[in-house]
Ligand binder design. Structure first.
Ligand code: PTJ
Length: 264
């Protein structure tokens, strides 16, 4: 579908089209489309922008990845569909390995996602087929199958769009989990070490940019940034921001008017 440039929701429609195309290609799972709809609803509440508290979380996430011994970016269908080349950039900047790890696992989907990542510039993709020969026993789903060179030994894991069970299991086995989730109330958001409450289409490029700036800082300083970050407080700020925004909008009732739009 061709989206008119002047359409007021052009960007959101473009993202949706990308997901649909990738769903047809077998990259995105059927439930990935439902998950996106849920995310979009929260993005509306946040004002569809990267907020100030989120920038602090992104800085802490960059510091955690840059100070980890074995950082890993875990990739699922939605992330590959929307931000494959930004994931490759982030991996180059931080030295994090890229591993495909799916909730709705199938050999065919894994291979299709690997191809998307390679086309985006990835030279090594972990977790494909028999390479995922290790198990994280604490996990119930197919996600327990991990690569011994990646998620098994990882000390910091970036999980864009996640199911809460895996975040909980990864934290339980002692890994630092950096989650990207638009819903600050989700189990993932609540249980992660660092939660970036933002849309992955904005968060991953920003994370790569900030990591590039921070990577010349000394390791002690980066460790301090990571350890001083308080996820509970930061989530509280994200929720308060939604609360403030909704209160302001509640005062107005309508915030879009045809008269204002005609003036523009
Ligand atoms: O590709 P697979 O097989 O690994 O499956 C991936 C999905 C996303 C289907 C799977 O992990 C899943 O079922 O996730 P959930 O439990 O639906 O959680 C997805 C979370 O991501 C929700 O809390 C959404 O609010 C959030 N979300 C959706 N789209 C975005 C998002 N967060 C950030 N950016 C988005 N674009």
């Amino acid at each position: 579908m061709k989206i008119p440039k002047e359409h007021p929701r052009a960007e959101s429609l473009r993202v949706r089209e990308k997901l649909l195309k990738n769903y047809k290609m077998g990259v995105v799972a059927h439930a990935g489309l439902i998950a996106h709809g849920r995310g979009e609803a929260f993005d509306y509440l946040l004002g569809e922008e990267t907020t100030k508290p989120t920038l602090e979380a992104i800085e802490a996430a960059a510091a955690a990845l840059l100070t980890a011994k074995h950082p890993v970016i875990s990739v699922n269908g939605n992330a590959a569909a929307l931000v494959a080349s930004d994931i490759v950039k982030l991996s180059e900047v931080t030295g994090a390995r890229i591993e495909v790890n799916l909730f709705y696992r199938s050999a065919k989907r894994e291979k299709t996602i690997e191809r998307v990542l390679r086309e985006a510039g990835a030279t090594k993709v972990l977790g494909i087929g028999e390479d995922a020969s290790a198990r994280i026993q604490e996990l119930g789903s197919e996600r327990r199958r991990v690569d011994p060179k990646g998620l098994l030994i990882a000390d910091a894991v970036l999980v864009p769009l996640e199911d809460g069970d895996r975040t909980e299991a990864l934290v339980r086995v002692g890994k630092k989990v950096i989650a990207i989730d638009l819903n600050p109330l989700s189990r993932t958001a609540q249980l992660a070490t660092v939660t970036i409450v933002d849309n992955i289409v904005r968060a991953i490029p920003t994370l790569a940019k900030i990591a590039k700036r921070l990577r010349t800082e000394d390791q002690e300083k980066l460790k301090e940034i990571a350890s001083e970050f308080d996820n509970k407080r930061n989530l509280g700020e994200a929720i308060a921001l939604i609360n403030r925004r909704l209160s302001e909008l509640a005062e107005k009732g309508t915030y879009i008017s045809l008269l204002e739009m005609t003036k523009k």
